[in-house]
Design a protein around this ligand. Structure first.
Ligand SMILES: [Zn+2]
Length: 131
């Protein structure tokens, strides 16, 4: 079991094992959250009159299991250390969990079992960032 760090956007459902599916931002989710509507064919299963190659004609693609997260405080700070990227006002959550996969940006994804600590981004930065 490892501890993972994640910025948890306030418009996401609560951080729980059941909600632990990553999706591309803005994608339409299936009812159980485990799939998103195929972006190539908009869920129709067809692309230019042929069976869509991205989703095999199903119109849905599997989400990556687990939450995108960082393996350390330093990694999380580094990830958001870009102009305009800092998630002011959002929550940072440290959670214990198991790594299950790799996300869209090559980051680890993990399923949480226990929340260890929660900060706001401001608190997190104040506590951890060396200036
Ligand atoms: Zn498709």
């Amino acid at each position: 079991m490892s501890v993972w760090y994640r910025v948890h956007w306030s418009d996401c459902p609560p951080l729980t094992e059941e909600n632990a599916w990553s999706a591309l931002w803005g994608a339409t989710r299936s009812e159980d959250g485990s799939q998103t509507e195929c972006r190539e064919c908009d869920g129709s299963g067809e692309s230019f009159g042929e069976r869509c190659g991205s989703c095999d004609g199903e119109g849905w693609e599997d989400c990556v299991p687990g939450y995108s997260c960082a393996a350390s405080v330093a990694e999380l700070l580094e990830y958001f250390d870009r102009p305009g990227m800092e998630p002011w006002g959002e929550a940072v959550i440290a959670f214990e969990g198991r790594r299950v996969d790799t996300g869209f940006d090559g980051e680890p994804t993990a399923v949480p079992e226990r929340i260890v600590q929660t900060w706001t981004w401001e608190q997190f930065v104040a506590e951890h960032k060396e200036s």
